[in-house]
Design a protein around this ligand. Structure first.
Ligand SMILES: Nc1ncnc2c1ncn2[C@@H]1O[C@H](COP(=O)(O)OP(=O)(O)OP(=O)(O)O)[C@@H](O)[C@H]1O
Length: 234
């Protein structure tokens, strides 16, 4: 069967930061394809370039060098307005601190409705909550959810927005083990539903769920490890 084209294609991507001490290179010469489905983890020690690369993939950071293709669109040819529109319509972001992903003054269902609305979509909150094991919490305040449940809801917001790709920055790093388990189950569910999930992480348990692990070191891609996705299918 013909392989679908990757959702992202990076060719020779480099990012520089200007600092008072001079130019710092965040990532060098990254060439990488990211598949349309499954979990891809960007792994590597602190300072290796994981967040920089995630910002490139989230269309926040414009590479100084190289080419980035997203969903067959050459991102380098887009102006800022077009990049923002692509981000709004196609990309869902989950930050490491669960509460940063949510509106505390809205209840759980309204968080989902607000997320859907921000992408010009409509959603059925109870349906999404049921899919994520949060049944019956629609009228709860966000603060009544555990950290793991909040992070599940953050992933739920990306479902409400009907994003093609979910980008998660160390999604389990601020959670205790039980809460992290809830997030791992959610990622497993999303992968089983053929979403593309891209995460930075040091968490070995998340890395084990990945179909592809891109290992970064000193801003360079040290290697890419492929895992068999079939074992995670429901
Ligand atoms: N805004 C910035 N200004 C200047 N240098 C930066 C900036 N962001 C990152 N860097 C530098 O780019 C390199 C890669 O950093 P990055 O934050 O992407 O790594 P990381 O793997 O995500 O690290 P961590 O796990 O600690 O978050 C490092 O040398 C870092 O100091």
């Amino acid at each position: 069967m013909l392989e679908p084209p990757p959702i992202y294609r990076l060719e020779g991507v480099g990012v520089d930061y200007s600092t008072p001490a001079g130019t710092v290179t965040g990532v060098h010469d990254i060439t990488l394809d990211i598949p349309r489905t499954g979990l891809t983890v960007l792994a590597g020690p602190s300072g290796s370039g994981k967040s920089t690369l995630l910002r490139v993939l989230g269309l926040f950071e414009r590479p100084a060098r190289g080419d980035l293709t997203f969903a067959s669109t050459d991102v380098g040819t887009l102006n800022n307005r077009q990049r923002r529109a692509l981000r709004r319509d196609q990309l869902g972001l989950v930050f490491q601190n669960p509460i940063d992903n949510l509106f505390e003054h809205l209840d759980v269902a309204d968080n989902l409705r607000a997320a859907a609305q921000s992408a010009g979509q409509r959603c059925e909150p109870e349906d999404i909550l049921g899919r994520l094991g949060l049944d019956g919490t629609g009228s709860w305040r966000v603060s009544a959810l555990s950290g793991g449940q909040q992070q599940r809801l953050a992933f739920g917001c990306t479902l409400a927005r009907q994003c093609a790709v979910i980008l998660a920055d160390e999604p389990t790093s601020q959670l205790d083990e039980a809460s992290a388990d809830l997030v791992l189950d959610t990622v497993r569910y999303l992968v089983g539903q053929d979403y593309a999930v891209l995460a930075t992480s040091h968490d070995e348990r998340l890395i084990e769920l990945a179909s592809r692990v891109a290992l970064l070191r000193d801003g360079r891609l040290e290697g890419v490890r492929e895992h068999d996705l079939d074992q995670y299918r429901y």
